[in-house]
Each structure stands twice: as structure tokens, then as C-alpha cells.
Design a protein around this ligand. Structure first.
Ligand code: CP
Length: 316
């Protein structure tokens, strides 16, 4: 594997899952693989899980890690080309990527959608510019349109808990006070379909995601109907894709509640976290024994470690 930016960098998901479970059994078994190698983790946006799990994963493989909160620890970065840089952005992404590439063997990048210009966000211009100018393998730690490290961890978690070969997995929209990107649901839909699950996506009418990501999933606008017989409920808010970045619905009837969970096949509850309690999901559901959100977060380590290991093996 050279770069890891989406499911399209994976040719053998089943084999990759096997590798993740091997790593989970003994996370230090490849501790010399990354000796004298450095992974630089660049954050244009906040993080708890991605930052800690990816750092831990790289260090479990013997790598050194450097963490930079871009725009806070370093110079503010200009990402547009051909502009007169007379504002507060002192460094261009072209030089920044080139320089960081010389200091690193792998670069992880978190850069969320701006939610103002759909074409720009969906072109993944920040990730693309790092791939073009860093000359170093790039790992997406959540970009504008996808969060593949999260989705791989989600699939690892479903594989651990599933009781049937092709479980019914429901991705449900839920209300949130702030406009959030479509990255997590986009990726989750792609990975869940690739894993062979029966994938149902439920959301208010008008909240359709880009079909490029939801291809192979069924769309069901009636949330109760979608929940019937579900083995896994994956809750997430996203802002509107068509009326790009807007919040058109805050209906708390979409919150995942204990009554709704009763419609399922005693489904496990999943969320990538951080989660707004009693907006996305009630306390009763997230605190119940069927909530597996902490296991899901733990699996972020093995997701990242599997990916970094594959990239390191390709460097040698
Ligand atoms: N799920 C996830 O990516 O969490 P953070 O935003 O805290 O990294």
C-alpha cells in the first residue's frame, strides 16, 4: 500500500481484517518494523481518538511520531494557488508539503470539509496537494469526504460482534446543532457495502448522500422501518449534501432511543464519537450493554496499525 485515503486503496479487505485481528492479539509483534522511521501527524482540525490511536499505532510499530496542529503550532497555510499572500497565511501548502515530506516517512493528515464549496471539498484538494508535493505516503486521518481509518475500525468491530455472515447494518442520520461533514457516513456506507453487509441508510428526505458513496445500500426514509430486524445501528449526523453544508432538520424524533432500539434484532449501538448525548442518542441507549462505542474506539488502534504496517512494508 502506498497511500491510504479511501476503500479504493484496499484490494483485499478480508485479508486486511485478518491482519488487524493478528495485531490486536499482540500489538507489539512488529515493534522493529518502523525503527528509524518517522510519522508526522498533521491536524488542520481537532481530534481525540484519531490523534492518540494513530500515534500509538505508529509507536507500536517502532516509529517516532511528530504531531503538528497546523495553523496553531505552525504558520497558517494557504491552500489556494495563484493568490497574493498578503493576509494572515504565511506559508503555502506546496512548500509546507515538500518540507514535511523531507522530515517524514509517512504523513497522516486531518483536514475537514469547509462545507462552503462542495466542488472544492469533494475534490479533496488538501489531501491531493500533499500527495502531489510531499513525495511521501499519505494517510487520511479524516479528510473532506471520507474517514477510512474510522470505517476500517467500524468493520473490525462489526466482525467481532456479528452473529451472522451478512448482518443488517443500519446507518441512521440523527440531529445535531452544528453543521457536520459527510465524511464519516460516506466512508461507512462504502466500507459496510464492501464488507458484504446488508446496508440500510435512513435519513430525512432531502438528506441523501452522494450516490458515489452509498451505491449498494438501500435508502429507507422511515427510520422505524429501517430499524426493524437490524443487527447494528450506526448513528451519525451529517449536514445537507444537496443544499451543501446546511442544517435543514433538527427533529429530535430522529434521536436513537430505547423504544427505537426495541424494533431491532437486539442491535449493537455504534457511533464514531465524539457524540452529543440526547441529541444523537439517549443516555439510556449509549449506557446500555448493547452500546459498543468504546470497543469501536479501541479498534482505531488496530485499524491504524494495520494500515501503517502495510505502508512500512511497501517502503522497504
Ligand atoms: N472518531 C474520531 O475520528 O474521533 P476524533 O475526531 O476525536 O479523532
Amino acid at each position: 500500500m502506498k497511500h491510504f485515503t479511501s476503500i479504493h486503496d484496499v484490494t483485499d479487505l478480508n485479508q486486511m481484517l485478518k491482519e488487524a485481528f493478528e495485531i490486536k492479539k499482540d500489538q507489539y509483534q512488529f515493534e522493529n518494523l518502523g525503527k528509524h522511521k518517522t510519522m508526522c501527524l498533521l491536524f488542520f482540525n481537532s481530534s481525540l481518538r484519531t490523534r492518540i490511536s494513530t500515534q500509538k499505532a505508529a509507536e507500536n510499530l517502532g516509529m517516532k511520531t511528530i504531531i503538528l496542529n497546523i495553523n496553531e503550532d505552525g504558520w497558517k497555510i494557504e491552500t489556494e494557488f495563484g493568490v497574493v499572500m498578503d493576509g494572515d497565511k504565511a506559508e503555502h501548502i506546496k512548500e509546507a508539503a515538500g518540507v514535511i515530506g523531507r522530515y517524514s516517512d509517512i504523513i497522516g493528515i486531518r483536514s475537514f470539509a469547509g462545507l462552503k464549496n462542495r466542488e472544492l471539498d469533494y475534490s479533496e484538494h488538501v489531501l491531493g496537494q500533499f500527495i502531489q508535493y510531499a513525495g511521501t505516503p499519505i494517510v487520511s486521518m479524516e479528510a473532506a469526504t471520507g474517514h477510512p481509518l474510522q470505517s476500517f475500525a467500524d468493520v473490525i468491530t462489526i466482525e467481532e460482534y456479528k452473529k451472522k455472515e451478512h448482518p443488517k447494518v443500519v446507518l441512521t442520520w440523527a440531529p445535531h446543532p452544528k453543521a457536520l461533514p459527510q465524511a464519516v457516513p460516506n466512508s461507512f456506507a462504502e466500507w459496510a457495502v464492501a464488507a458484504g453487509y446488508e446496508v440500510v441508510i435512513t435519513h430525512p428526505e432531502g438528506y441523501e448522500l452522494d450516490e458515489k458513496f452509498t451505491c449498494g445500500a438501500k435508502i429507507e426514509y422511515n427510520q422505524n422501518k429501517a430499524f426493524e430486524g437490524a443487527d447494528f445501528i450506526y448513528a451519525k449526523n451529517w449536514s445537507n449534501y444537496k443544499n451543501y453544508g446546511q442544517i435543514l432538520n433538527m427533529d429530535l424524533n430522529w434521536t436513537v432511543s430505547a423504544d427505537k432500539m426495541k424494533l431491532t434484532n437486539q442491535a449493537k449501538f455504534m457511533h464514531c464519537l465524539p457524540v452529543r448525548r440526547n441529541m444523537i442518542v439517549t443516555d439510556e441507549v449509549i449506557d446500555s450493554p448493547d452500546s459498543i462505542v468504546i470497543d469501536e474506539a479501541e479498534n482505531r488502534i488496530y485499524s491504524a496499525q494495520t494500515i501503517i504496517k502495510r505502508i512500512l512494508e511497501n517502503l522497504k
